[in-house]
Design a protein around this ligand. Sequence first.
Ligand code: PLP
Length: 355
Amino acid sequence: MPTPATTLTIDRAALVANWRLLANRAAHRRCAAVVKADGYGLGAVEVAAALFSAGCRQFFVAHLAEGIALRAGLADRFPDAAPMIGILNGPLAGEAAEFAAHRLTPVLNSPEQVADWPADAAAILQIDTGMSRLGLEASEFEAHMPDLRRRNLTLLMSHFACADRPDHPLNRMQIDRFAAALAQLPGVPGSLAASSGIFLEQDAHFDLLRPGYALYGGNPTPERPNPMRPVVHLSTPILQVRTVEAGRPVGYGARWTAKAPARIATVPYGYADGVPRVTEGAAFYLNGHPAPVVGRVSMDLITLDVTALAEAVPGAVLEILGPNRSIDTAGADGGTLGYEILTSIGRRAMRQYIG
Ligand SMILES: *Cc1c(COP(=O)(O)O)cnc(C)c1O
């Protein structure tokens, strides 16, 4: 097999350090890991296995199929252990047997899901406290209270809508609503905070933290410096370098024109690999020096201005993501979030794990 041009390197040691940093913010140190969407694109089984080895015992994915694959992957590596795997999107009608067969714990998100779920089988209950996405409404929670108290609920959870904005008034309202609901289910632990919620007040933490993005190095506090370590490094080699005269257009639509003689490098990475097609003002890095992206991003190729970089020769390796270019910066360049950058990294990049 030829080696793919582009390499995504995932630093397990940084991932584990991030999980520990997050867990240590909570007094009780119970911290799950959200590994949905194939571990935010980094490999759910690899990520979960590294965190399991560090002591993580609760994992969340979105779909039943993701849970089945994760259970199998973890059972291969840790045959004697069965960490909790929660399915955030909940069960569809008739799936209870499959959940049981793979020891998966559903998040029940509606009165219908509660009614369909066997009362004695373990389940997580989600209530809506302000996101209006999944979970029982307050009135539904009240109405079903006698039945809910008889159930085998292992966790009550809800999700913040604005936790990345610490001053947003909805945060306090969601914490208060969640605390009031939790008080009605004595003995049931609670979980409200994902990555950004962990950096709100201590009373947002409840019993179990539920981070995803911050584990992978994303900044959970967008208004402040990133406390997390970078986990991903994405690099690609230069295919060609050409010298163009002033006035020469580059790329589709001839939208960029060299103002002076320039050296243009072409790399085998494009929007099919996860760079947003409209990526403004971005630069990739060569030995720590920026090479600005010029011209339109193509499906499989990007052109960069390397006039200032004598080391830019075919085969020289450019950093697309890494210490010089964070996933948050890549998101901002593309008018999106680092979350979307991570989960969009294409299958053509070879994944390699270190640490
Ligand atoms: C995705 C998700 C998380 C993790 O969110 P991050 O912002 O990535 O930390 C936690 N809980 C729920 C319900 C989610 O959907």
